[in-house]
Design a protein around this ligand. Structure first.
Ligand SMILES: [Zn+2]
Ligand SMILES: [Zn+2]
Length: 394
């Protein structure tokens, strides 16, 4: 059904729900297909091929390979009206498969975009599906923004699976820093006086950061791993390295704590007599900008679908995502669709849940909610104005 002229909102909404249900096996099969052959960030070759082929068949104009990322893509349909981007994350986690449920995101986004294409007149909105690789590495959306792929986008949206149905959830800003210490190898028993122990510098860095924790703001989180710590106990480690994430509610605090952590490593290098090289990732993940008017529009669709939201705090158990960077550029929503109570994200159990009956329900809920929200955005100038007013005032 294509709606022309005066739009009867309730008729179209009913058509959206019906069309998503008509093809729900097809959308869920995408989530299952990605689950069966998970691909980590920047290697989402099959996933991008499956999504772009499907969108092309449905009449979307597809561009593959954007911003120097071979698995990024953009598929467009529609000739006029607001440009509404539906984002498709596709990457899995190393060793854990789709333990963040990005297979559900891609399937829901595809279902929503194809449904809109069959329901809207071509001049109602430009529906743009953006394939955003490597969310787990915090790369895809930042590079796509830098390359101007969001320049003509008016509104952006996606859903993410979680243990609860939650419309608003905040994200912390995040910066990354790597340290490499260079010392001097020596026999650990026979000639230790000739060695300079790079692993000691790593350990002292961790200890200094742990001392710093007492003085950090409550919202600040610092966590790190040792990425190299020597090759054998009887060799003084010549080279050792570590990798830290710094998170906080605002970017100035993220940068301030990153600076203090760097000072911890510099102090450790000096104490141990090592050379230090520092790598600060210029890609910083921004905290999520919450647009309440936009989220209200999504909540309205949940009410329409009779799907009650969980009563969960929006500022606990926060992670970070490159969707935060998109939210600073254009009004953006990132609601959670439930795939099973009490299941923790980034676990094998979570990956299995994405292909369970609840995973199927999450794909259908996501496709319906996104399509309904996009439809109302496209058909209600007043709602768009309200969202943009809030965005500009931020
Ligand atoms: Zn994740
Ligand atoms: Zn995720």
């Amino acid at each position: 059904m294509v709606v022309a002229g005066a739009v009867d909102i309730s008729t179209v909404k009913a058509a959206i729900v019906e069309k998503v249900e008509d093809r729900c096996d097809e959308w869920f099969s995408i989530a299952k297909c990605f689950y069966d052959s998970p691909e980590v960030g920047l290697q989402e070759v099959r996933a991008a091929a499956v999504l772009t082929a499907k969108l092309e068949t449905e009449g979307f104009e597809v561009r593959r390979g954007l911003a120097g990322l071979t698995t990024a893509f953009r598929a467009e349909w529609g000739s006029a009206g607001p440009t509404i981007a539906l984002l498709a994350e596709m990457d899995a986690l190393p060793g854990l498969g789709h333990a963040c449920g990005h297979n559900i995101i891609a399937a829901a986004t595809l279902g929503a975009a194809v449904t809109l294409r069959h329901v809207l007149p071509t001049n109602a909105a430009r529906i743009v599906v953006i394939g955003t690789p490597a969310e787990e590495q915090g790369i895809g959306k930042i590079e796509l923004i830098r390359a101007g792929c969001f320049a003509d986008v008016d509104f952006a949206m996606m859903v993410h699976p979680a243990s609860k149905r939650q419309v608003i959830k905040m994200f912390l800003g995040l910066a990354r820093i790597r340290f490499e210490f260079i010392g001097k190898a020596a026999h650990a028993a026979a000639h230790p006086e000739e060695g300079i122990n790079a692993l000691d510098a790593v350990i002292q860095t961790f200890n200094a950061i742990n001392g710093l924790r007492q003085h950090l703001r409550q919202d600040v989180k610092v966590h790190g791993i040792i990425t190299e710590g020597g090759s054998a106990p009887n060799i003084i480690p010549e080279r050792a390295s570590c990798f830290f994430y710094v998170r906080a509610e605002d970017l100035s605090q993220v940068e301030e704590v990153r600076r203090r952590i760097k000072a911890c490593a510099e102090g450790a290098a000096m104490a141990c007599g090592c050379r230090l090289s520092v790598q600060e990732d210029p890609r910083v993940l921004a905290p999520m900008v919450i647009n309440r008017a936009f989220y209200r529009l999504y909540s309205k669709q949940l009410e329409y679908l009779e799907l009650p939201e969980a009563n969960a705090p929006i500022d606990r158990n926060m992670g970070s995502s490159d969707i935060g960077n998109v939210s600073r550029l254009v009004p953006t929503i990132h609601p959670h669709v439930p795939i099973g109570t009490g299941i923790s994200i980034h676990t094998e159990e979570f990956a299995r849940a994405t292909v369970s009956e609840q995973g199927r329900a999450a794909v259908i809920e996501g496709a319906k909610s996104l399509a309904l929200t996009a439809f109302e955005l496209a058909s209600c100038p007043r709602v768009r104005e309200e969202i943009l007013k809030e965005f500009t005032a931020h």
